[in-house]
Design a protein around this ligand. Sequence first.
Ligand code: V47
Ligand code: SF4
Length: 390
Amino acid sequence: MSETLPMEALIRTSGEGLYQIGEKILAGERITPDEGLALFERGTLSLLGALANHVREKRHGHRTYFNRNFHIEPTNVCVFSCQFCSYSRLYAHRDEGWELSMQQMLDIVKGYDGKPVTEVHIVGGVHPKMNLDFFMELMQKIKAHRPDLHIKGFTAVELDYMFRKAKLTIEEGMHRLHEAGLDSLPGGGAEIFHPDVRNVICADKVDAEGWLAIHEAAHNEGMHTNATMLYGHIESYAHRIDHMERLRSLQDRTGGFNTFIPLKFRNKDNDMSHVPESSVVEDMKMYAVARLYMDNFPHLKAYWPMLGRQNAQLTLSFGVNDLDGTIDDTTKIYSMAGSEEQRPSLTTAQLVTLIKQAGREPVERDTLYHVVQDYTNMDPEQIQTDPSLN
Ligand code: V47
Ligand code: SF4
């Protein structure tokens, strides 16, 4: 644990208003939307970092999670036209994109036979012809081949479209996919909930209420889900707080969220390329305030392919306790948006080293945060040379 005395000194000198907020956080009390806004507007990086680190260490010590997963992106053909998306192609231009067949996706899964991955993350564009029946069959076939593989799949945007096309209620659609083998939902499609921003950056897809209703239905079905926020473009701090407040309220009701994942907007080759990207200082403030505001979310994740591995390493001092996974994939959603990571993949040894260099303890988890293996006392060289670990 870090010492509290220097932090108390930091809080005492942080100025009118922030002092009380800091005291509240140290006492384990929830902060209000206005207090969250004050932290964004007036909190220095050192104050926010110290507070977020305090909360993180109180909850998780030095433990830093990652998992071993792979991604399948069924298609980048999409009926929607989000302004920030560098990856999708409209159906009329589908010859410029890709559409994987059932067999091609099963072959990707089979390519991991004998490898110690615990999760497949399935997410893609909203293809007008890939419907609920198609994806139910995919779930069933993946589970028939590898029953222990956790399937985390489909953003609320994909699900909203699928269920409406199948003329099913959210509850019925969710139940059918769950029965077919879907285990949990990733957090994508949330972007910024506030309509003033949403109507500009992704006007035509599911709105905030729809996104939240889908996650609530998944929670009621007994599934866990994640939540994201696309930050660092045209939104204000107040919009970020509004977004986090809606998620925090739903979590109070259901307790079904595992992880909050702020996603840094990247501006390459999309309709928002004129919008500058956020600075590293802004990124760290974002993670720190997320840790302080989202007090009922157990985990805060930095998705390293988007941030770059060095900045992801830095977030471990600003509240983050999860770095997603080894990933090992052909994920294009980020590389096409300008991420440094053109083909995101880290070996377990590289991820363990990254975490240890930040003075933290690397722990491999499964999707639901059960410990698979604790690497704290393992030498990265030993991991690198052990075939069962790579
Ligand atoms: O919703 C799209 C984002 C999300 C850009 O739950 C962009 O474990 C930045 O949600 N710049 C999909 N971001 C991916 C996602 C995700 C990723 C990793 C883990 C999990 C999880 C979920 O990607 C979209 C959108 O917010 N995105 N374009 C862009 N230019
Ligand atoms: Fe389609 Fe998702 Fe891209 Fe929006 S972000 S255009 S929903 S693939």
